[in-house]
Structures are given as structure tokens and as C-alpha cells.
Ligand binder design. Structure first.
Ligand SMILES: Cc1cc2nc3c(=O)[nH]c(=O)nc-3n(C[C@H](O)[C@H](O)[C@H](O)COP(=O)(O)OP(=O)(O)OC[C@H]3O[C@@H](n4cnc5c(N)ncnc54)[C@H](O)[C@@H]3O)c2cc1C
Length: 265
């Protein structure tokens, strides 16, 4: 099957060119792989050279990451130093040089580690038509829309508040059995925690009951127990070649415990 590739100078033009059987091209690590594997669900690829897709900008206490920014660029920028450990765990070096922040929002499990971090960080997804969507709403409607993401806006977390953990079978570049990201503000007593799991549902998902259970709690074995007991509620992991849904459910609380207590094992 032949594929048409169209390049537009502006995001506005690219947005109007999106229609059925069309994929927007980010870094292409999945789209081009799909073409090579004979994808049947699209025969048109739209890309844009608009500068709005590139660049990491500090906007007061917020950081704007262009959707076309790659994992390698995230790792290299001092503005996104807190996200470097997440970006470093996406694929190997060749993938990280191509894989974009915008593209990571659309991939299926076991991928989507960067999006999991963005969900815990309470990011906003800026669409090319000007809409700004809280990331949780974006994920809820992701599969029913074909808009283009222009940028991601997120608050810079205070030092030490953001944590991330990726569980793989092979190191250093395996895909996720699961990933967990958390923002844990409040010092000795946690307030307004956000916990997101990747590969534990069709999109990254928040563990809201665990978040509530941490309200006012201290980060010690007793303080986090109720969060561990409730963290699986609302999660729906699938079976794949890396792990069964059963296994993912069995180990998720173990890894959440390690993340909350700041332990490697
Ligand atoms: C060998 C290998 C290892 C990988 N390892 C990991 C890993 O460890 N962790 C992980 O999370 N992912 C991994 N991936 C998946 C993938 O590389 C990343 O998720 C990457 O961030 C996807 O971004 P991309 O720019 O390459 O997406 P593309 O392939 O360009 O696009 C992916 C999807 O996103 C859509 N899209 C892209 N950009 C936009 C935009 N701006 N607006 C709207 N839609 C858009 C495309 O239309 C397409 O549907 C791996 C992939 C491979 C091939």
C-alpha cells in the first residue's frame, strides 16, 4: 500500500489537513514502524515544521515543552532536569533521539512512561486549535479525537517532590511491566499527592483512592499502608508478552511501597 507524506509549514495548515486514515508524524518511532509493518489503518502521514512544536520554555513557574521535543532534548535541558530520569528510561539512545513528548501521549501500553510522569505532574495539554486540556481529560478523550498536540504545560515541582519508577524485565531499555510517577508535596505530612500508574490500563491512570489515603499521612510504613491497600482500585492492566494483568496487579503495591519509602528494593 502506498503512503502519502505531507509537510506543512504551520500547525494551522497541518491541523486542517487531518482527516480519516491520517496519522500526524512526531518522531515517527511508532508511525514509521507501523508503515514498515504494513499498517492498514492509515495511508496518509501529516507532519509540520512549525517552530511552535519545538523548544522548552520557562513561563514563570510553569514549563512549556513543545510536542516535538525529543527525550534526548528533555535530558539535555536544565529547565526539565527533574524529567531527565524519566526521559532516560524511554527506549535506547536511538529511540530517545527521535521519540517526542507529544508522541508519548498517544502510545499504547506498555509504552507511555513520559505521559505517566506528566499525569502525576498535573500537566495541561495544549492543542493546536488553542484548546488547553488537563492531561487527565486529554487521556479520557484521546482515542476519540484526531487533533494535534502543540505543547505541554506543567508546573515545576519543588525539589524532591516528584518521583518516578519504571519496572522492566530487561535493563537498561526494556518496556514497562509498569511505571509509577508521584508528586508528594507537604514535607513530613503529605498533602495533595498525585500518583499515576503506566501500563496499568489503556492510558496512564491516577490511583485516586491511594492519593486520598495519603492525605495528611507521613511517608513511613504505617502512614502509607492504606494507600498500598487501595492503590489498585480503578486500575485495569492487560496481559502482554512482558507480564500478565494478574502479575502487574500483584507487584504494583510492592513498587508503590518502594517509591513512597524511597527504597530501591
Ligand atoms: C524499540 C522501541 C522502544 C521503545 N521504548 C519505549 C519506552 O521505553 N517507553 C515509552 O514510553 N515508549 C517507548 N517506545 C515507544 C515510542 O518510541 C515513544 O513512546 C515515543 O515517545 C513516541 O513518540 P514519537 O514522536 O516517536 O511518536 P510517533 O511515532 O511519531 O507517533 C506516535 C503516535 O502519536 C501521534 N502523535 C505524535 N505526535 C503527535 C502530536 N504532536 N499531536 C498529535 N498526535 C501525535 C501519532 O499520530 C501516532 O499516533 C519505544 C518504541 C520502540 C520502537
Amino acid at each position: 500500500m502506498s503512503i502519502t507524506v505531507e509537510t506543512y509549514a504551520t500547525l494551522a495548515e497541518a491541523t486542517s489537513a487531518m482527516r480519516d486514515k491520517t496519522q500526524f508524524l512526531g518522531g515517527g518511532t511508532m508511525v514509521v514502524r507501523g508503515i514498515n509493518y504494513g499498517a492498514q489503518d492509515y495511508n496518509r502521514v501529516v507532519r509540520s515544521t512549525d517552530a511552535a512544536l519545538r523548544g522548552i520554555r520557562n513561563e514563570g513557574n510553569q514549563i512549556s515543552i513543545g510536542a516535538g521535543v525529543t527525550m534526548s532534548q528533555i535530558m539535555a535541558s536544565s529547565s526539565t532536569d527533574f524529567l531527565a530520569p524519566v526521559a532516560r528510561l524511554v527506549g535506547g539512545p536511538a529511540i530517545r533521539n527521535m521519540a517526542t513528548a507529544g508522541g508519548n501521549l498517544f502510545v499504547r501500553p506498555p509504552y507511555g512512561d513520559f505521559g505517566t510522569a506528566l499525569l502525576a505532574l498535573d500537566a495541561n495539554v495544549q492543542m493546536s486549535d488553542g484548546q488547553s486540556l488537563p492531561i487527565e481529560r486529554f487521556y479520557a478523550q484521546r482515542d476519540s479525537q484526531r487533533g494535534i498536540v502543540a505543547a505541554i504545560l506543567l508546573p515545576r515541582p519543588a525539589h524532591g517532590v516528584f518521583r518516578f519508577r519504571k519496572v522492566t524485565r530487561t535493563k537498561p531499555k526494556g518496556a514497562s511491566v509498569l511505571s509509577i510517577a508521584a508528586t508528594l508535596p507537604g514535607g513530613s505530612r503529605i498533602t495533595e499527592a498525585r500518583i499515576a500508574f503506566g501500563a496499568m490500563g489503556p492510558t496512564p491512570l491516577r490511583a485516586k483512592e491511594a492519593e486520598q489515603a495519603l492525605e495528611g499521612a507521613s511517608l513511613d510504613a504505617t502512614g502509607i499502608q492504606r494507600a498500598l491497600d487501595t492503590c489498585l482500585n480503578g486500575l485495569d492492566p492487560s496481559d502482554d508478552s512482558l507480564a500478565s494483568g494478574w502479575y502487574r496487579r500483584a507487584v504494583a503495591p510492592v513498587h508503590l511501597r518502594r517509591l513512597l519509602l524511597g527504597k530501591e528494593s
